[in-house]
Design a protein around this ligand. Structure first.
Ligand SMILES: [Zn+2]
Length: 477
């Protein structure tokens, strides 16, 4: 085992899906024509005054509550000063000194156990514009300022993550929580979640190493790759006796490499100071309580519950828990206490998942209800229909809904359990397969299976296979 440990902290930026931007009435919308959702405020024109959007505060507080943070009754906006062509004001309005939420934690299931990652802070800030390198000539760069002033929350973790796999699980958990709360579109390809990744490596038993940062990594798998790359790079340096310098990199995921942006950067470089144009942000205890009531049981808690209480495996638990409508459906099924959780789970992971994947739909776009699934399981368990017939009924339930009994009748799928009918089929099969019957009597184990299969075929798969077997055994003596 390696004597070097990797320590990871993540700063996750999530774009909030409020109707308007953080400090003005411009539409907060992805994909509009360039530079159409802009006004003097988000363009940073002289004299324009920002007004904080109340929804942004509420969304941030809800995320803070979901991540078990302390909500600060009074927080402030601050200016972070730097120049970049996509930032016309030459400063970003953010929160430096007193963030809106701090000292939280998030728990999630990883590697066979509950892991807890501490959250240092969540603060609100505005996004910058976007540089577009898409001119006729390669050297042309365009600026689209539609994204200027789009609200962001930045979720800063403590350095509690230990591997790229764990970081990946943490990010998936944050994404699922944002989706549950309905405060972020979570469209990775539109950049609605982006990460700054901090990695350090230290020798077992020694103090934490010097950290390096990788900026603006825009997919979870890229975060994973960037961590592995950076951890290997630092480990190799340490092994050869060199030391690590604090540096900031740009991760190029296509090349799988880090490029140095700058060395040694700290908060002083940004000359943070309190934003003079926006008053302090006040949130009352009663407002916090009201917002707390809007928070449902969250996907990470559901996932842990599904694994520990119902014995689902990690993959099943995640698939169901991280999809709000699936988990609602699963919880409804479980709460009827009719069948074991595992039998509902196997329908969800099997036929339902197959259907949803193929049709690119969510459960809410189908007609299926938990009551229908229970009726279907009743029909299978009382031998009215076979398992394979049940799959055909399930398809109809998804597409059109309806009564399980009438679908079975319409499709002519009812199982044949009548002894006389099955006996006559079995007799015919025995007469037509003398050779196999001889094989059976001479002890060939697969002969019986073949005869059962023939009976099923003769009945168009409607024969009750358990009864067929009983009858064959009696007739064969
Ligand atoms: Zn604006």
């Amino acid at each position: 085992m390696s004597q070097y440990h990797t320590v990871i902290g993540l700063e996750t930026h999530a774009e909030l899906n409020t109707k308007t931007k953080i400090f003005c009435g411009c539409k907060n919308e992805f994909g509009s024509k360039s530079n159409t959702n802009v006004c003097p405020v988000c363009l940073g024109l002289p004299g324009a005054l920002p007004v904080l959007n109340r929804s942004v505060v509420e969304y941030a507080v809800r995320m803070g509550l979901a991540l078990n943070c302390t909500i600060n009754g009074v927080s402030h906006m601050d200016r972070k000063n730097y120049f970049y062509p996509d930032l016309p004001k030459a400063y970003q309005i953010s929160q430096s000194f007193v963030p809106i939420c701090e000292n939280g934690f998030v728990e999630f299931w990883y590697d066979g156990q509950v892991r807890r990652v501490r959250i240092e802070r969540i603060h609100i800030e505005e996004d910058a514009g976007k540089l577009v390198h898409a001119g006729d000539r390669a050297e042309e760069t365009y600026i689209d300022l539609n994204r200027c002033g789009v609200p962001l929350i930045e979720i800063v973790s403590k350095p509690d993550l230990r591997s790229s796999g764990e970081a990946y699980a943490y990010l998936k958990t944050l994404k699922a929580i944002l989706a549950y709360l309905g405060i972020c579109d979570c469209q990775m390809q539109e950049g609605s979640i982006r990460c700054d990744v901090n990695v350090s490596v230290n020798k077992e038993g020694e103090a934490l190493g010097t950290r390096c940062e990788m900026k603006n990594v825009n997919s979870f798998s890229a975060v994973s790759r960037a961590i592995d790359y950076e951890s290997d790079r630092q480990t190799e340096l340490l092994k050869s006796g060199e030391s690590i310098h604090q540096q900031t990199f740009r991760w190029d995921d296509i090349k799988g490499k880090n490029y140095l942006m700058r060395s040694k950067e700290n908060a002083d470089d940004y000359r943070y100071f309190p934003e003079p144009d926006i008053p302090s942000v006040f949130i009352s205890e009663s407002d916090i309580n009201k917002l707390a009531e809007t928070i449902p049981e969250l996907p990470n808690a559901k996932m842990i519950r599904y694994v520990t209480e119902y014995g689902l495996d990690t993959k099943e638990a995640e698939y169901i828990a991280f999809d709000q409508s699936l988990s609602q459906f699963f919880d409804e099924c479980i709460n009827t206490h009719k069948y074991p959780a595992k039998s509902y789970c196997s329908w969800i992971m099997g036929e339902l998942a197959k259907h949803l994947n193929a049709s690119q739909k969510g459960l809410s776009q189908t007609r299926l209800t938990s009551a229908m699934l229970n009726d279907l399981l009743d029909a299978v368990n009382s031998n009215v229909i076979s398992n394979s017939a049940a799959k055909s009924v399930f398809e109809v339930l998804l597409e059109k809904g309806g009564e399980v009994d009438s679908i079975i009748a319409e499709l002519g799928l009812a199982q044949i359990s009548d002894t006389k009918t099955l006996e006559s089929i079995a007799k015919q099969v025995i007469d037509n397969n003398e050779k196999t019957v001889q094989d059976y009597h001479s002890g060939r184990s697969n002969a019986l299976g073949f005869l059962i299969g023939q009976c099923m075929k003769h009945s168009n798969n409607k024969a009750n296979p358990v009864k067929v077997k009983e009858i064959l055994l009696t007739l064969l003596g």
